[in-house]
Design a protein around this ligand. Structure first.
Ligand SMILES: Nc1nc2c(ncn2[C@@H]2O[C@H](COP(=O)(O)OP(=O)(O)OP(=O)(O)O)[C@@H](O)[C@H]2O)c(=O)[nH]1
Ligand SMILES: [Mg+2]
Length: 495
């Protein structure tokens, strides 16, 4: 369907030396001509496509009222991003110039584009399917190599090709099943071999299950992995956060309870964006605000994929009382990493960590007695004493956040517990794709059961058509206005 309106928007971020304004739609060239005087004297309407023309842009076409010297790139339908006639005006990046050009274009018949409207038009014109349109947004948002690689692959049609291959096989068999329905008078007529059908459904199920399984890494690559730093006050959580992200994002002080709210910032480790969340320290308090901060700390930790429990080495036996609470915050699939910090303050002398809790409140084995029985307090001794009380397999490391070595060690341990980007050709990054794949998988499972039960062709075909429907919705061959609205409203203006 051809769009009737001509839209305009600035496609570049504010603050740059140059701005690019995109004009697209049936009147794009005529409207630009009303404002533009090419130095070669030739109107754009008479200029071949694919040219970049130097000239002057005037306010409302008044030759005395120059807005800027510009370059106009010319694209003619259908050879443009949207498939419609398009001009791209490169001007100086001043917000005033950009605003004035947009106003001038609107005064001549353009309207401002909605978020994602150019890409939506490209999709409607058949220039790309829905997975490729989504990849455009991911590519713009890509912040590191893995995210860039996955988005580019998807833009080049990796998901499209997978879906088409699966869909084509299924459509072929469904055609045969439907032929059987047309000849339903001949009861024993089977155009589609049941063995072939079973084999296809099994193969497709395996492939779809595999694709769906890449969603975990896809999510990690696209959205990042939440990593919560939690522990008692003054343990060094904020110090560790600042060291991991390489800037002073959180206030550090020796006053207990310095961090009151959660602070989130990101850093890339092993090609995965980690979303580090510093939290309010846990301690007994009657301060209402501090308690709210601690509740937030628990909430954020409970949602995190990795929980870094920071323990002050000089108060480690006291911190051990938190083991049950910290363990309970780890949801299924989350990893707990125990970090004994401030090991630079340890001496080989017996610990001075005085018990602040009654023995009944402490895990029996990590009692004050065992602490004071300790011949020396060394990092190794603390690790050996705490390890048995942590959930099985919990990595435990002793560091000093003040030293780069300690932080590098923590980074390595984090990296080994992050999902690893693979060389997989197709990685599913969108929840929408994942949901459709799961539905398609379920439909194929039902189809296999129908085949096993020897059910008639119409019932088998129903499940097969259901699977085809879900695969088609991934690429947008079948879609709804609401789905398109949801996808494109998440885009930036000008894309
Ligand atoms: N000696 C030494 N001091 C450290 C180390 N890490 C942090 N500190 C100090 O410990 C104090 C507390 O550090 P923070 O990072 O503010 O601790 P926190 O866990 O965020 O504390 P709250 O925000 O109160 O929960 C500061 O004075 C830090 O400089 C370390 O490895 N060695
Ligand atoms: Mg803090």
């Amino acid at each position: 369907m051809q769009p009737t309106s001509t839209i305009c928007a600035c496609a570049t971020a504010p603050g740059g030396a140059l701005g690019i304004i995109r004009v697209s739609g049936p009147d794009a060239i005529a409207i630009t001509d009303l404002l533009f005087s090419a130095h070669n004297g030739r109107p754009l309407a008479q200029t071949p496509a694919g040219r970049v023309v130097y000239g002057v842009l005037h306010q409302a076409g008044d030759s005395n009222d120059v807005i800027d010297d510009v370059l106009v790139s010319l694209f003619r339908a259908p050879h443009s991003y949207t498939g419609d006639d398009t001009t791209e005006i490169s001007c100086h990046g001043s917000p005033y110039i950009i605003q004035t050009i947009l106003q001038a274009l609107c005064s001549k018949g353009c309207r401002l584009a909605e978020p994602g409207e150019y890409t939506r038009r490209a999709f409607m014109a058949g220039k790309m399917d829905l997975t490729q349109a989504e990849a455009v947004a991911s590519l713009i948002a890509a912040r590191h190599a893995a995210a860039h690689r996955v988005a580019l692959n998807q833009l080049r049609g990796a998901v499209t090709t997978e879906m088409h291959t699966l869909r084509e096989q299924m459509l072929h068999l469904n055609t045969l099943l439907e032929l059987e329905l047309d000849f339903s008078d001949h009861e024993d007529l089977e155009f589609a071999s049941r063995d072939d059908l079973r084999q296809l459904a099994q193969q497709a199920c395996e492939r779809i299950a595999h694709l769906a399984s890449t969603f975990r890494i896809g999510q990690a690559i696209k959205r990042g992995v939440p990593v919560a730093l939690i522990g008692e006050t003054n343990a060094g959580k904020s110090t560790i956060l600042n060291a991991l992200v390489g800037e002073e994002r959180a206030i550090v002080s020796d006053i207990h309870g310095t961090t009151r709210d959660t602070i989130e910032c990101t850093a890339v480790i092993a090609d995965i964006t980690c979303r580090f969340i510093d939290t309010a320290g846990l301690r007994h308090t009657t301060d209402t605000i501090e308690r709210i901060g601690q509740d937030r700390a628990r909430q954020r930790a409970a949602q995190a994929d990795l929980i870094v429990w920071v323990i002050d080495a000089t108060a480690a036996y006291h911190a051990a009382t938190l083991i049950p609470e910290i363990s309970s915050l780890c949801h299924e699939g989350a990893t707990l990493i125990a970090v004994i910090n401030k090991t630079d303050l340890l001496t080989d002398a017996p610990t001075t960590d005085a018990p602040a809790q009654t023995p009944a409140q402490r895990p029996a084995e990590v009692s004050p007695q065992s602490a004071s029985d300790a011949p020396t307090t060394t990092p190794d001794h603390l690790v050996a004493t705490l390890s048995p009380h942590l959930p099985a397999g919990t990595p435990i490391l002793a560091i000093s956040a003040h030293s780069a070595e300690g932080i590098d060690h923590l980074r390595e341990v984090l990296a080994s517990h992050l999902p690893h980007p693979t060389d997989e050709a197709v990685i599913i990054t969108e929840a929408r794709h994942h949901d459709s794949l799961v539905h398609a998988h379920d439909a194929l499972q039902r189809m296999l059961q129908a085949l096993d039960a020897g059910l008639p062709a119409d019932l088998v075909s129903e499940d097969l058509r259901d699977a085809i429907h879900h695969l088609s919705s991934v690429t947008g061959e079948i879609t709804t206005d609401a789905t398109l609205q949801r996808i494109f409203s998440g885009f930036c203006i000008g894309k």
